[in-house]
Write a protein that binds this ligand. Structure first.
Ligand SMILES: [Zn+2]
Ligand SMILES: [Zn+2]
Length: 421
């Protein structure tokens, strides 16, 4: 036998059972996002490496270690997108979407790629629902985003989750904070892990992202951004909290929250599901008022979030099956022809219809019907053709009734039995 080819490490297939749940979560998200006036866009998964280096930051783990980058045959340095915001901003600038205020509320659904160490709940190709809002500086925009995320999680019946909230301030107030943090960390140099020793001077905020206990212990007494916010940033944060209270959305103030990317300003938030392990953040985002300008666009305030589908999905209760199929049990070539006419009419009426193409005995066909959880089986054999009547069997109660063989005449009875008008 030839050697089998398998998926690459850290990559996986999503099989029908699971894919059905993905479809359910994505369609529910599309519905809720639509209620808030967001429009869907689709973006390439491959972009110039420079886009991510400039937006996410050269000194982040993502850009330094985790991107799938390569030089293509034309000599360009390209990368598979490690997140969606940078591409959304590129698109916003490239198509001058600031001239079209109606399309400034956007979302996209698709795969992202990071070469992380594979572990439970973490894949190298992972999926996100990414939502971005351009052109709105007001805290009301942040409140709307969080309200939308909360509405979606409630609709998906996620039993327990926490919204963690912080403000990272603006350019003006973050610099004094960074200086204070640098000074604080300088004395603790020996206690920090090797990564954080490097981060300390390059990008001290990154130290808050470190998962190592030794660094967490150091940070217990560190200065906090919330004590350094300027008047405008303080007012913005206060306003947001006021709106969330109005919406009765509970939140946890978490002054240690920084998120893994460089471009955030002011509001940042994460949704945590307790008890699902180290990867407990299923969604996160925040405001990034300088990024559009940093990437060559005109200054545009912006805010957004992403939902990690791979982490969220196991926490979503199974959706209820709405429809069960109708099964056509067909015995003999004449019956197959009548059955095809039935199938055409049923499907044209939106009824899920199944046929066992092996066309075995009645018993084996009805077994197949049970296996497919069919509610009804329409049985057609030589006798039925002679009598010009088909048998409609309820697979749950085993009750049988006769219906006209001609689908045009029999359809009304089938619909009635399916509980449809
Ligand atoms: Zn500020
Ligand atoms: Zn560390």
């Amino acid at each position: 036998m030839a050697a089998r080819i398998q998926t690459i490490r850290g990559f996986r297939d999503i099989l029908p059972e699971e894919a059905h749940k993905w479809w359910y979560v994505e369609s529910t998200a599309r519905e809720i996002l639509g209620l808030f006036g967001f429009k869907e866009v689709r973006l390439p998964i491959l972009e110039q490496t420079a886009l991510f280096a400039r937006s996410i930051g050269e000194t982040t783990d993502i850009v330094e270690k985790e991107m799938y980058s390569f030089v293509d045959k034309g000599g360009d340095s390209l990368s598979l997108r490690p997140e969606a915001t940078a591409g959304m901003v590129r698109m916003f600038i490239q198509h001058s979407l600031y001239h079209q205020p109606l399309t400034a509320k956007l979302f996209t659904i698709g795969p992202m790629f990071r070469r992380e160490r594979p572990q439970k709940g973490r894949y190298r190709q992972f999926y996100q629902i990414d939502v971005e809002m351009f052109g709105f500086a007001h805290a009301l925009a942040d409140a709307e985003l969080i309200h939308m995320l909360d509405t979606l999680l409630k609709r998906l019946k996620i039993p327990v989750y926490e919204l963690h909230l912080n403000s990272l301030g603006c350019r003006k107030c973050r610099e004094p904070f960074k200086e204070a943090l640098k000074t604080f960390l300088k004395d603790k140099h020996e206690q920090l892990c090797p990564d954080c020793r490097r981060r300390r001077t390059l990008n001290p905020l990154r130290v808050f992202d470190c998962k190592k206990e030794q660094c967490k212990a150091v940070l217990k007494d560190a200065p906090l951004i919330t004590d350094y916010l300027c008047e405008e940033c303080k007012a913005h944060f206060l306003q947001l909290k006021g709106y969330l209270e109005e919406l009765k959305i509970s939140y946890v103030l978490n002054p240690y929250l920084v998120r893994g990317l460089d471009y955030y300003t002011r509001t940042i938030f994460e949704v945590i599901i307790p008890g699902i392990g180290a990867q407990s953040a299923v969604a996160g985002g925040g405001r990034y008022d300088n990024l559009v300008e940093m990437l060559g666009g005109r200054p545009t305030p912006a805010t957004g979030f992403a939902i990690g589908m791979d982490r969220l999905l196991p926490c979503v209760p199974e959706p209820e099956e709405k429809q069960r199929p109708l099964f056509l049990a067909l015995l003999g070539e004449e019956a197959v022809k009548v059955g095809l006419r039935w199938a055409k009419v049923l499907r044209a009426n939106g009824i899920w219809t199944e046929i066992d193409y092996r066309l075995g005995s009645l018993k084996s066909q009805l077994n197949r019907a049970n296996h497919l959880k069919a509610l009804l089986a329409l049985i057609i054999g030589e006798d039925e053709i002679k009598k010009d009547r088909a048998i409609l069997r309820n697979m749950d109660t085993k009750e049988q009734i006769e219906v006209p063989l001609n689908p045009e005449e029999g359809l009304a009875i089938v619909k009635q039995q399916l509980g449809r008008k």
